[in-house]
Design a protein around this ligand. Structure first.
Ligand SMILES: [Zn+2]
Length: 638
């Protein structure tokens, strides 16, 4: 048994993939995101009654009871009254349902005879209606599992749901959402918690991603696939991590979560060793301690009318500075709670003191006022009294949880694979049937028709890429796993003169190397790539110019390839123009060539390519250079 087996690690995945359908799930609007100025802005205060909320989590409720305003941005031409909740939803989008049913068929899941759209209550304002529409498309039956070398991972449910509105900004009093994303069809595949290691989690996610891509009809680019990961250890708790945007990050997220839970168990054991059985909850006003402080943050906070409020953490000395994940200490977890519940900017604690201009004598005085012993820590917050009080109460709650190890939480993924506290784990939220949408009967004919349309499996594609397109096995495998799989197939099938090897290497290697350079490569439109490979096939652009053109296309996705080629001076040269350039170089280097003979080829070639790179294929330059040098040598310089 490996280390994860011994820890009783269990992981379940929930993959959300946006579909690239013509229109949204419950209206005829296109599924496009926009960055231009919105045409319409309106404000709502969403106020469902408590009974409607059911088992909604307390944190969200707290947020909500503060009466935050929700501002929605809309477009007259690409959003409609449905997204604004001014008109009932239209019938479920057939195209999206077909895609979801195809996924279900590919995963051997069991499709019910009737599909009922449900309302799932959401209260964070991300939907104008106050709920999200979702439908179970299939349940994992006995045959529905993803095979993996560490054992099969069962599929639990496959749902089709509407994506939420896009959060644009948030302040204390309002949240701004854009309605362009609201209603884009999302397919959600949930697995059972059968995954036993970080690597297996990653493999299963990649395998699901591959199935989506093989099917086509899915959106690509950052934010179009999102995964939630449930991680639990036998002695830990079930922690739900939201919003991992890169499949490649999954193993790291799981690994770091295991590390975090183990550290929290260490803290629990240490607290037990120190005989700590409870956490004091007395919040003390210690503003007096800091009345002459040299700390700018503290003095400015006080000047603005804030107070310094503190709480003693008996037995916690040294534990707040303990690192749980790279760059994230137990003190960081406490800060996350304080920010989430008290809306404060940050916290101070004695494990990091003296610092921030706070002196050792101020720390001593603080500890004295709070009655701290040598094993005790203290946390303080500088803010309005009410906010500081809420923040410290949340910290006390979190510290009480530390006595038991790992709290049940919903956490959010950071880009580096670490996670931060988001909210308590909600109970199962209440669902209601969506009475505005008729239940859909799934006919046998429909299933039969979809079965016939099912795409080739990844294995069949691999074979085709090697045998029909002449790709090496390695390149073919990369392509089958690639984000650009469908793009590759569409380009190769619509431009018969294009070389599949060049298309594949461009979409794989050039793509990745540009991405590593930080080029926003996802911006490039499919139509631009088609234009580029068409130009390449016709010889009006050189292979060497591809990276530069792609870079330009990423910066200016609306520009035409031919325009960019003109601007960059990348139009290919005629053979006559190339010959002229080569002749000039040869003439300038006559003596060198005559004295070195064929050995001068490399030097001349280098000079020629420095002038011609991107304007003509290196192969052609090479031919001309060779020919001209041979001519010169034959003539002996006369
Ligand atoms: Zn609409």
């Amino acid at each position: 048994m490996n280390v994860y087996g011994a820890l009783g690690l269990k992981v379940g995945l929930e993959l959300h993939q946006q579909l690239n359908t013509k229109s949204k799930l419950f209206c005829d609007c296109p599924t496009e995101l926009r960055d231009d100025e919105p045409h319409v802005v309106f404000k709502r205060f969403l106020r469902p009654t408590r009974s409607e909320l059911g088992a909604v989590d307390e944190a969200a409720l707290l947020e909500y009871e503060k009466g935050k305003a929700y501002i929605y941005q809309a477009y007259v031409d690409t959003t409609c009254l449905v997204e604004m909740d001014e008109e009932p939803p239209h019938q479920l989008n057939d195209e999206a349902l077909d895609v979801a049913l195809e996924i279900a068929l590919m995963l051997n899941a069991e499709i019910p005879d009737v599909i009922q759209v449900m309302r799932k209550v959401v209260i964070d304002g991300s939907n104008t209606t106050g709920f999200q529409r979702t439908a179970v498309i299939a349940l994992g039956g006995p045959c529905s599992a993803i095979d993996d070398l560490e054992g099969p991972v069962r599929v639990q449910t496959i749902c089709l749901e509407e994506d939420a509105a896009r959060k644009i900004s948030e302040t204390e009093s309002e949240v701004v959402f854009r309605l362009d994303r609201l209603g884009i069809p999302l397919i959600e595949v949930s697995t059972a918690p059968d995954i036993k290691s970080p690597e297996q989690a990653q493999r299963v996610a990649l395998r699901l991603g591959q199935l989506f891509r093989v099917l086509g009809k899915v959106k690509r680019g950052l934010g179009t696939i999102r995964q939630d990961i449930n991680v639990s250890l036998e002695k830990g708790a079930k922690v739900e991590i939201k919003g991992v945007q890169e499949l490649e990050l999954i193993s790291k997220v799981v690994e770091l979560e295991v590390q975090r839970q183990l550290k929290l168990l260490e803290i629990r054991d240490e607290l037990a060793r120190r005989g700590v059985s409870d956490v004091d909850s007395e919040i003390v006003d210690v503003t007096q301690v800091f009345c002459n402080t040299k700390s700018k943050v503290v003095s400015q906070g006080i000047m603005k009318g804030g107070k310094v409020m503190a709480v003693r953490l008996t037995g916690f000395a040294g534990l707040l500075g303990l690192e749980l994940q790279p760059g994230r200490k137990f003190g960081t977890e406490l800060k996350d709670y304080a920010v989430a519940w008290g809306k404060v900017k940050g916290i101070f604690h004695t494990d990091e003191m003296p610092a921030y201009g706070i002196s050792a004598s101020e720390v001593e005085e603080l500890k004295r006022v709070l009655g701290c012993g040598p094993q005790d820590a203290a946390v303080f917050v500088v803010d309005e009294e009410d906010k500081a009080g809420k923040a410290l109460k949340a910290i006390v709650r979190r510290c009480k949880d530390a006595l038991n190890g790992v709290p049940d939480e919903t956490r959010a993924a950071n880009p580096d694979g670490t996670t931060r506290y988001m909210r308590p784990r909600p109970g199962a939220s209440r669902m209601y049937p969506e009475t505005d949408v008729r239940p859909i009967i799934v006919t046998e004919d429909r299933i039969k028709r979809l079965r016939e349309l099912l795409p080739e499996t990844p294995e069949q594609k691999l074979k085709k890429f090697v045998e029909k397109y002449g790709l090496s096995r390695d390149l073919a495998q990369l392509m089958v796993n690639s984000y650009n799989l469908n793009l590759f197939e569409r380009i190769v099938s619509s431009i018969p003169q294009a070389s599949p090897i060049v298309v594949a290497t461009t979409l794989e290697y050039t793509w990745k190397s540009l991405k590593r350079e930080g080029v926003p490569i996802e911006n490039i439109k499919e139509s631009s790539l088609l234009e580029l490979f068409e130009a390449l096939a016709q010889g009006s652009v050189a292979k060497e110019a591809i990276p530069e053109i792609m870079k330009a296309l990423a910066e200016r996705p609306e520009a035409h390839v031919s325009t960019l080629m003109d601007e960059l001076g990348l139009k290919t040269m005629s053979p006559k123009e190339v010959q002229d350039v080569v002749d000039r170089i040869i003439n300038d280097n006559r003596d060198l060539i005559l004295s070195r003979g064929d050995k001068a080829l490399k030097i001349v070639m280098g000079k020629a390519m420095s002038m011609l790179r991107g304007k003509v294929e290196g192969r052609i330059v090479n031919e001309i250079v060779k020919e001209r040098i041979a001519q010169l040598l034959r003539s002996g310089g006369r």
